[in-house]
Design a protein around this ligand. Structure first.
Ligand code: SF4
Length: 510
């Protein structure tokens, strides 16, 4: 197993070579872990030690910005409005990515820093922005996330939020509840911002007085799904319901970011996790938290908070991609012992069809050389799936913190991980360079990997976020037995199509 930590200095804007460069506003920041506090010179020395050019920049990073993850979480709360404390450009950048993937209007508010605000602080802008949001959107909750600028000038956003809560009431008398999360992009990526926001919502909204809404039934279970597609969220809801449980999914943007048509424009789309349900998460029968890294180094997750503060039993599992990770989730649900016999028969038959498909396609799938580029939790889930179908993952890369992906893959305990090249905190330029020697047959990743796939002349199976060069990114199903079946069909067919396009005959028979 080899790990590269290629860049100590990097851009925090995702420079998008394939989909329109965001050349402006490139911010350089010292890297994390190895690079933290060690500066630029260490970065150069490190790069040289691994035989790379001593580049001090990143090009087309494998990461997006941290408040984007926060905006996604706040969009998955009923009546939730994301509010960025910083300059307007950050909200525009985030909206661009969310809209191109989900194909829905996505409003993201901003306190709209100017030069003056940057020097003297954004308190007045923050208060004015909050008033405007309340007047225009009448939200149930406003999720305040910081940006690089407000973090860099040392703005105490927590104090601003507390001041507003004292002055206006929080979630009472028609005032929206306020949640705040720190999301500096020079220290975190979109997945980190996502997980930090889930933690913040749980820590700041769950009921502290031990009371419980009378409406919450006993068989309620908390599901913290991680950064998945709306289609995945729907599939998880069905799976949990098949065991007679009522899921409180946090966040749940299945309807808010992939809903139906509207007769009238909805400023905040219907759907999302209700505030009452979040307050009652402290009384659920358990919490299922999906993802093997959860964007944290210290292990502090929303599930751990509920366990520590409210004694809610916690089940931490991998993102359920493929047979074995889905088996683990199903096994966990079955432990609650409320299974619906008819639903369980459906599950069993889907699992059997998945196994049958694995057997039918093994001649094509096995030993295929695959490169995976995704955020950490999705990457680990994909490797688990690819290992069980006999594919050979030659490179697994992410834009996450150095070492985190390697540790999570190691814990997966799969044989193929030992010989796999692993790159963290990386960019597509370096992935592209590494691919030359690795000669993959196929890439799995988001749209940003298309440049590499095209140059190599190999297919890209689009997964994760963002998918903005194909239609239906929000409906890509990754999880559960059905998700594995869909992924497997796409994977095998992409390989077949690639082989078919090469010989003169132009035909391939399976
Ligand atoms: S928060 Fe930072 S990385 Fe994100 S858009 Fe704003 S400046 Fe760029």
């Amino acid at each position: 197993m080899t790990e590269q930590h290629p860049s100590i200095l990097r851009t925090v804007h995702a420079m998008d070579a394939a989909g329109g460069a965001q050349a402006q506003g490139i911010v350089q920041a010292q890297g994390q872990a190895e690079g933290q506090g060690q500066g630029h010179a260490k970065g150069q020395a490190h790069a040289k030690a691994e035989g790379q050019a001593a580049t001090t920049y990143a090009h087309n990073t494998c990461r997006l910005c941290a408040p984007l993850g926060a905006a996604l979480v706040f969009r998955g709360l009923r009546g939730g409005m994301p509010y960025l404390h910083g300059s307007q450009g950050c909200a525009t950048y985030i909206r661009r990515y969310l809209i191109s993937h989900f194909r829905e209007p996505v409003d993201v508010a901003s306190s709209s820093f100017s030069e003056d605000t940057t020097i003297f602080g954004g308190r007045a802008n923050f208060r004015q922005g909050l008033e405007n949001i309340e007047a225009q959107y009448a939200p149930e909750l406003v999720g305040v996330a910081t940006t690089c600028l407000s973090e860099t000038i040392g703005e105490d956003v927590g104090a601003l939020v507390r001041e507003a809560q004292r002055a206006r009431g929080d979630g009472v008398s028609g005032c929206p509840a306020l949640v705040h999360v720190s999301t500096p992009s020079y220290a975190a990526n979109h997945a980190d911002g996502f997980h930090a926001s889930v933690r913040a919502v749980v820590a700041q909204v769950t009921r502290k007085d031990g009371t419980r809404s009378t409406k919450t039934p006993d068989a309620t279970i908390n599901v913290l799904p991680g950064l998945l597609s709306p289609e995945d969220l729907r599939a998880l809801r069905r799976l949990v319901a098949a065991y007679g449980l009522r899921p409180v999914m946090l966040p749940d943007y299945a309807d808010t970011l992939d809903g139906g048509t509207w007769d009238e424009y909805q400023e905040i789309p219907r759907g999302g996790t209700g505030l009452e349900d979040i307050r009652d998460m402290a009384h659920a029968v358990g919490t299922i938290e999906l993802g093997r890294t959860l964007g944290t180094e210290d292990g502090e997750t929303a599930g751990r908070f509920l366990l520590r503060e409210h004694s809610v039993p916690l089940f931490q599992l991998g993102t359920p991609i493929g047979l074995s990770e889905t088996d683990a989730l199903v096994g966990c649900l079955a432990n609650f012992g409320r299974k619906d016999v008819a639903q369980e028969a459906v599950l069993r038959s889907t699992r059997a069809r998945l196994l049958d498909a694995y057997i039918d396609g093994h001649k094509i799938a096995s030993r295929a050389r695959v490169v995976v580029v995704a955020e950490d939790d999705l990457a680990v889930g994909l490797v688990s799936f690819l290992e069980e179908i006999g594919a050979h993952v030659v490179l697994c890369a992410s834009g996450g913190r150095p070492g985190r992906l390697a540790r999570a893959l190691e814990r997966l305990g799969r044989e193929g991980v030992k010989s796999m090249k692993i790159m963290s905190d990386t960019d597509y330029a370096r992935v592209d360079e590494a691919c030359d020697a690795l000669e993959p047959d196929l890439l799995m990743g988001a749209s940003k990997a298309y440049g590499t796939a095209r140059r190599l002349g190999v297919p890209l199976v689009r997964v994760g976020f963002p998918i903005h060069d194909r239609f239906g990114g929000q409906r890509v199903l990754h999880v559960g037995y059905e998700g594995a079946l869909a992924l497997y069909d796409r994977f095998v067919n992409a390989l077949l199509e690639s082989r078919q396009s090469r010989p003169k005959l132009g035909y391939s028979y399976m």
